[in-house]
Design a binder for this molecule. Structure first.
Ligand SMILES: *Cc1c(COP(=O)(O)O)cnc(C)c1O
Length: 396
């Protein structure tokens, strides 16, 4: 009797726990050891036991994490780096040539803007910032023949705008360019840009993937696309090896460990964020709440088509302007006044002078009455109590 083998894809959490994380074949240790080694013994000249020669090129702990993340992002390959910015730098230098041009979503991580304008511009890379929801502006910003990359962050930072990834992918194809999506805010649990037509995804694994504010890391995930006649995976893999900004074994281990519980954490993050966003709407001190889970958010309907939830980041503006925003940011106790996001603990930040200080005074500057929350997994009643204290203190 023949049995029909079905090839149903495993669920997200099963994949998160098991992909690239098989027990150690030698000892059976359920958690594979952290391969804290720089080099690997060879059985003869260039006779490698398991394909590993030197940890800049490959390391089992890093490779296990890369396999886990590639599976969750529906990518062919993932490459882990020492930080999110190192991942972005490697990808951009791998695909761009001097004289080429990037169309850059304007509302985005300040450090990405700094990388492009202050590190890559002196090497001949041009860029044009565009409003991420204005597709005509994106099309108009393309310089035929020169534009090689469209760079998009959605949800965006810190204004939580939602851009149409499939439409940006179409514009990239028309331009003969690559679409890169920074998927840090959504995480692979809520959004998979490669399935929407993007060519590459970048992550700061420092954030939701690591999830515990105890490790820096970054990753590039690519699909099957080719670029200048070679698979993108080969191009990015070579850059990782040849330029060397790799994630170390301990950092890879922590990122992989965090990724296993991503789905559980994201569920709690966004349940709390939804509740807090709705609560903020009712507060007289607050003039505007920016959260894609609110029906009045301009990207609410679009988010529902390309995301599986609204995430854990909430921004809001204060009726009392800059002074009130500063007082709220400095007035919480449970919420820690910190840059970064995506850890289990709640963080508050004043983007204009913290995460986005590098774009202050430019057209990309963020409003000075804006506060950003990374809503943690703590009990929501404790978070609301803390926010209420900060809001009423700021108003008095
Ligand atoms: C933090 C962050 C980065 C940069 O990552 P690092 O790990 O800090 O280098 C890039 N993009 C977004 C959206 C981020 O939040």
């Amino acid at each position: 009797m023949t049995r029909t083998v079905t090839t149903r894809r495993r669920g997200f959490t099963t994949t998160a726990v098991h992909a690239g994380q098989q027990p150690d074949p030698l000892t059976g240790a359920v958690i594979p050891p952290v391969y804290q080694t720089s080099t690997f013994a060879q059985d003869g000249i260039n006779v490698l036991r398991a394909g590993h020669e030197y940890s800049r090129g490959s390391n089992p702990t890093r490779n296990g994490f890369e396999e886990q993340l590639a599976a969750l992002e529906h990518g062919d390959r993932a490459f882990a780096f020492a930080s999110g910015i190192a991942a972005e730098d490697a990808l951009l230098r791998a695909v761009l040539r001097p004289g080429e041009h990037v169309v850059l979503g304007a509302d985005g991580y300040g450090g990405t803007n700094r990388l492009i304008t202050r590190v890559l511009a002196p090497w001949g890379i041009g860029h044009t910032p565009v409003e991420i929801t204005d597709l005509d502006a994106v099309r108009a910003a393309v310089r035929p023949g020169d534009t090689a990359v469209l760079w998009l962050e959605t949800p965006s930072n810190p204004l939580l705008g939602i851009a149409d990834v499939a439409a940006w992918a179409e514009l990239a194809r028309e331009a003969g360019a690559l679409l890169v999506v920074d998927n840090t805010f959504a995480s692979p649990y809520l959004q998979n840009p490669l399935l929407l037509g993007a060519h590459a995804v970048v992550h700061s694994t420092t954030k939701y993937i690591g999830g515990h504010s105890d490790v820096l890391g970054g990753a590039v995930v690519v699909g099957a696309a080719a670029w200048r006649g070679a698979p993108l995976a080969e191009t990015v893999g070579f850059q990782q090896f040849a330029a060397g900004a790799v994630a170390g074994p301990q950092d890879s281990y922590l990122a992989a460990r965090g990724l296993k519980t991503l789905s559980l954490r994201m569920e709690r993050h966004q349940e709390n964020a939804q509740r807090i966003a709705e609560w903020l709407l009712e507060r007289p001190e607050v003039s505007r709440v920016l959260y894609p889970g609110l029906p009045e958010h301009p990207g609410h309907a679009l988010a529902a088509t390309q995301m599986r939830g609204s995430g854990g980041m909430v921004s809001f503006r204060l009726a009392g302007g800059e002074a009130a925003a500063r007082a709220v940011a400095e007035g919480t106790r449970l919420y820690s006044l910190s840059v970064s996001l995506g850890g289990v603990e709640s963080l508050i930040c004043y983007p204009s002078e913290m995460t986005h200080a590098s774009v202050r005074g430019t057209p990309l500057a963020v409003p000075t009455d804006l506060v950003r929350l990374s809503v943690g997994i703590e009990d929501v009643e404790d978070q609301l109590e803390d926010l209420e204290r900060a809001l009423t203190g700021a108003a008095s």
